[in-house]
Design a protein. Structure first.
Length: 417
């Protein structure tokens, strides 16, 4: 190994490290697979790795500065990563040798500045972390303007693992969570607005492969918005598998709801219809849960009495995960900004006006809800005879539509929008 190597240095999320010796290797291998997927999306192909070094992930060396920056950005968008940075890897013989090598690398960092050394070790070394900090700090001190452990101008991080050390200026925060794929598959109801992309993101963060389901309620233009946001989310965050977007034409369902259902029940009937359709798709395509962007009390159809009535009225059950249930709109917007989806999602228009001019019940009676839904139930099943499946791969929309062939419905993928 060369004396000094410049690399991408990443720490794994703590909950992965704490898994048992039987479970942890599976999580780590899935994490590496997802990192490779992210690197491809960022067009990184001239870096070595990724590979594990104890509980750290290493990428590099890379051939260009642009590759280092792209690789760092890519890995910071992978669930299961606690943090990452560009670092230097050195081999050392003893603590004094390590201090001299840190001085060569970090001398320019501390020159004329107040600094602090943050030392960490694996436990296999013949010295303590405090001894590391003292000896390395003494080597850097003559180049600096002094030491301040509480409020330094620059921090020098040194992590020793055996006779290898990693030197850097601190980790950028990763998303943490679990590697996508270790917790199965879920189907997220997806409008492309502010709520559903965040709901999908939060469930993906817990290790779930999330595919997306869009209902065309009033205009086929809604597909364009949903697809635009879905492509961005898949490229940035959904790594290690090819994300799918299913499209169901619900326009004649919404028309029937307006014609046949009591005005105050139209919105909750529509929601129940989407639950029903999504449940059938999920059971036939092997998804273990549905995901929605509902937030308790955010709109009139998402009150607790209405959610209760909807759940009681469901005739076939696939669990519904509601990761936003306790968040308000401001918190949702803040999170969407943090994960870089807000700007695109904010452009999404509301195409369905099914209850705009009518009051919506906030306390639906589940018996009445079931009666109203039965008026249009057969149309929901008819809508599932023509479903589009779009494969979102590396920000490129696959042009191939394949047969879905649901067991108990038996239909082919047909463009209905």
């Amino acid at each position: 190994m060369v004396e000094v190597e410049r690399i991408i240095f990443a720490s794994i999320a703590g909950e992965i490290v704490l898994k048992s010796h039987r479970v942890r290797p599976r999580f780590e291998q899935r994490l590496l697979r997802n990192i490779r997927s992210a690197l491809r999306k960022w067009n990184v192909n001239k870096c070595k790795g990724p590979y594990l070094f104890d509980t750290r992930v290493i990428i590099g060396p890379c051939s260009t500065e642009e590759e280092y920056k792209a690789a760092l950005d890519a890995i910071l968008h992978v669930f299961g990563i606690h943090g990452a940075t560009i670092a230097y890897r050195v081999q050392f013989n003893d603590l004094n040798d390590l201090a001299e090598k840190v001085k060569k690398i970090a001398g320019e960092w501390v020159k004329g500045r107040v600094f602090a050394v943050r030392a960490k070790r694996s436990g296999r070394e013949p010295f303590t972390s405090l001894e590391m900090a003292k000896v390395i700090g003494a080597a850097l001190y003559p180049l600096s303007r002094g030491v301040n452990l509480d409020n330094p101008e620059v921090e020098v991080y040194v992590e020793a693992r055996g006779n290898t050390a990693f030197i850097h200026q601190g980790l950028s925060k990763g998303p943490k969570g679990l590697p996508i794929g270790v917790e199965g598959r879920a189907l997220a109801l997806f409008s492309g607005g502010l709520d559903s992309p965040l709901a999908a993101w939060m469930i993906a963060k817990r290790g779930v492969e999330v595919d997306l389901l869009h209902f065309v309620l009033a205009s086929s233009l809604s597909v364009r918005d949903a697809l635009r946001v879905a492509l961005l989310e898949a490229r940035l965050w959904l790594h290690g598998y090819n994300t799918r977007l299913y499209v169901v034409d619900f326009r004649f369902v919404t028309q029937a709801i307006v014609a046949l259902v009591k005005p105050e029940y139209r919105q909750v009937v529509l929601r129940l219809a989407m639950y029903d359709a999504a449940t059938i798709l999920a059971k036939n395509l092997g998804y273990k849960a549905l995901v929605t962007g509902e937030s308790l009390g955010q709109v009139s159809s998402q009150t607790l009495p209405n959610i209760y009535a909807l759940e009681v009225s469901r005739t076939d059950i696939v669990p519904i995960l509601r990761p936003l249930i306790g968040l308000d709109k401001e918190e949702i917007i803040d999170l969407m900004r943090r994960i870089k989806l807000y700007d695109e999602a904010a452009k999404t228009k509301e195409y369905c006006t099914i209850a705009r001019d009518s009051p919506v019940t906030t306390k639906a009676d589940y018996k009445v809800l079931s009666e109203e839904y039965n008026k249009i139930r057969s149309l929901v099943y008819s809508a599932l005879k023509a479903v589009i499946e779009l494969e979102l791969s590396d920000n490129i929309l696959s042009k191939k539509y394949r047969d879905i062939a649901l067991d108990n419905i038996g239909y082919k993928c047909v463009n209905t929008v």
